[in-house]
Design a protein around this ligand. Structure first.
Ligand code: SD4
Length: 325
């Protein structure tokens, strides 16, 4: 390295270090000062139902298990819960009454798998993991994803519960099926974990916006939109109006901001701010971001009040309110 380029390298490193400490000072609550020692294991997830999902993940993490196994096991709890209205079983259908699922998973090596527009399968997250582990691809969609799942031992399940069907029929009556923009249901689960070894993984799974146009896919299965993990830096997941997350590549942006020194809190706020800056905040839509960094700091932010997230570590579990940006 020449003296000139060494100087430039040192200058950039020092700017980076300065940014870390400033950002840390600016952080608040869980997103505040970096812990003296890395906080791990740790699992966080979106919304109140994240508490039960975190518990399943925690069992594995506490026993020394891998973050990848923990996030898969965790979000499977929400996928199987008919009370969770925009994930898996009991998820709201599209405008034509079909439950269509999107999911993705990403591990500490940056490997990832995803499924989109998948029907009839209770655990899309496990199909996504199989795409990652058994194919050279990242994403399978629609009937191809279903064929792949069935060929690999998954069984067809009716995911449209009587309650979800009744609500859909009410919506049909009220709107004559004309409102195809999707109702404001926000239950998507995004989960991020750090295991005892300090490795990060994440998962995200959803039935997407209620009564969406048939064939619509949101941010949740898109790597860099609904979920992103970089083992050297941190991880982020998203919930809410997927189109706004996709147009700003929200979780990739958050991880890149953390790479350049922002705390998780600050990075989430700035990614929400990006939606505002582009003029896409219509005052109605919600987007929530949740992030962790390598040392176990947690941050979150949302377009509007009401976004909650669940945190589980060795000291217990917590349900926290994200601060709107
Ligand atoms: C989507 N982001 O399909 C999902 C919806 C969601 O909580 O998050 N609901 O756009």
């Amino acid at each position: 390295m020449s003296i000139e380029s060494r100087r430039e390298f040192l200058r950039k490193t020092m700017i980076g270090a300065g940014a870390v400490s400033l950002a840390s000072l600016a952080g608040s609550g869980c997103g505040g000062d970096p812990p003296a020692e890395a906080r791990r294991p740790l699992v966080v997830s979106t919304w109140r139902h994240g508490l039960a999902a975190n518990e399943a993940a925690w069992e594995l993490l506490e026993a020394g298990g891998r973050a990848l196994d923990a996030v898969e096991a965790g979000v499977r709890v929400s996928e199987a819960d008919p009370e969770v209205r925009s994930v898996g079983l009991g998820g709201a259908p599209d405008g034509e009454g079909h439950v269509t699922l999107d999911a993705c998973i990403m591990d500490q090596r940056g490997e990832c798998g995803a499924v989109a527009f998948l029907e009839h399968i209770l655990h899309p997250i496990s199909v996504a993991r199989m795409v990652m582990e058994k194919t050279p691809h990242v994403m399978l969609v629609g009937s191809g994803a279903l064929d792949f799942a069935l060929a690999n031992g998954f069984e067809k399940t009716n995911l449209l519960t009587a309650e979800a069907e009744a609500k859909w029929r009410q919506w049909l009556l009220a709107t004559s099926g004309r409102e195809k923009t999707g109702a404001a249901n926000h239950d998507t689960i995004g989960m991020l974990a750090i295991d005892e070894q300090g490795d990060l993984s994440g998962a995200c799974t959803t039935s997407g916006l209620a009564y969406k146009l048939r064939g619509r896919v949101g941010d949740s299965p898109i790597i860099g939109a609904g979920l992103y993990v970089d083992n050297a830096v941190g991880a982020a997941c998203a919930t809410g109006r997927g189109e706004l997350v996709m147009k700003t590549l929200g979780t990739f942006l958050i991880v890149e901001l953390m790479r350049h020194g922002a705390s998780p809190d600050e990075a989430c706020r700035r990614a929400i701010g990006r939606i505002d800056e582009r003029g896409w905040n219509d005052g109605d839509a919600q987007v929530g971001y949740l992030a962790i960094d390598k040392s176990g700091r947690v941050g979150a932010s949302s377009l509007r009040p009401g976004f909650q997230y669940a945190v589980r570590d060795g000291s217990g579990d917590n349900l926290l309110d994200a601060q709107p940006a």
